[in-house]
Design a protein around this ligand. Sequence first.
Ligand code: HEC
Length: 191
Amino acid sequence: MFRHNRSLPLLFAWIAVLAVVWPLAGQSPNYGVGRPPTAEEVRAWDIAIGPDGDELPMGEGTAAEGKQIYQTQCAECHGSEGQGSDQGGALVGGQGTLTGSNPVKTVGSYWPYATTLWDYINRSMPFYRPGTLTDDQVYSVVALILHLNGIVGDNEVMNAETLPGVEMPNRNGFVSDPRPDIGLTQQGRTK
Ligand code: HEC
């Protein structure tokens, strides 16, 4: 492995350095800066909405109400009918293509839950102004995207109660991964 004898002393030197540095690396020193976040700050970061939609906020919207918001805030990138552009992917179409040789993945063809569509738009869209839509506006554009995909009606109200019940076309297109989780600790793997 070490063809030149010169490599061996170098290797031992590295092992010696690692033996000293490694145990120190695991402990974070206390610099005396920072402070624990306030409850309000934690609430502001804690915005994740899971598939079952339990965390969805109050508010509501319909596709009809979403049209105006979509045209002014989303269409430039995702196309006036959700067909996509060179700036943003298609949000509509592709249903029935996933098993073919040219699968088109969109919200309508691919996404398994409507609740996580709310989460995604709320946290990351519009692309250059994430977090600027009100909860009602997010419900409205979600309703519009679902409507353009033929999933909900024009005036169907989307809110914390109705959104989790929306059946997405690809809801059962995912298989669960049966492998067991391994336990993790802060130090890394437990086994
Ligand atoms: C400036 C361009 C731009 C604007 C405006 C914009 N988006 Fe996007 N959007 C993108 C890009 C780029 C992506 C892909 C982001 C990525 O993959 O990280 C994306 C991704 C998405 C996705 C995920 C699509 C998928 O299947 O993965 C959704 C849903 C979405 N946008 C909705 C919206 C909505 C609703 C609005 C308006 C409120 C909006 N976007 C405004 C550029 C834009």
